[in-house]
Write a protein that binds this ligand. Structure first.
Ligand SMILES: [Zn+2]
Length: 155
């Protein structure tokens, strides 16, 4: 993970590390999310995010970092996108449903990405102008300022 291997693509200049939620139940499988992108959104094999974080905290890379994802309308060439599976309550309303492991994995991934893309700002999808979604269902800036890793989760 974290290696940009291809030399056939022009370098992307990353200005944003964008946090998303999948806006699905937390137990939704990556396979069904990919099927939705392919069959409903007609995105072919291009992912909506570079990384996806499962409820148990496992991080899965869906797209190389040198490729554009379909994460943020009109900003994809300058973004690395990551999402946690979840983000809605049982009525489908926006809710921060992150598990402790998911929260920890997300923090860890953001730290790695900010070390690599030093000029990039960490933002939530909804922080972009004109976005009417609640994604990722929490305030990224506030969370990052207040987050303290749970030692029990790390062990
Ligand atoms: Zn989003």
């Amino acid at each position: 993970m974290n290696t940009v291997t291809s030399n056939t693509n022009k370098k992307r200049s990353i200005n944003y590390i964008v946090v998303h939620c999948t806006a699905t139940p937390s137990n939704t499988t990556i396979e069904s999310i990919k099927r939705y992108w392919k069959d409903v959104r007609k995105w072919g094999d291009v992912a909506g995010y570079h990384y996806i974080i499962k409820a148990d905290g496992e991080v899965i890379q869906l797209l190389p970092e040198n490729k554009n994802s379909y994460g943020v309308y009109a900003h994809n060439s300058e973004c690395i996108s990551l999402a946690y599976i979840g983000g809605i309550d049982k009525d489908g309303k926006p809710k921060d449903t992150r598990s402790k492991s998911q929260e920890h994995a997300m923090f860890d991934l953001i730290v790695k990405l900010t070390e690599k893309y030093k000029n990039a700002k960490v933002v939530g999808h909804r922080d972009f102008e004109g976005v009417k979604k609640a994604c990722p269902s929490f305030d990224v800036k506030k969370w990052l300022a207040n987050y303290t890793p749970d030692i029990e989760t790390i062990r």
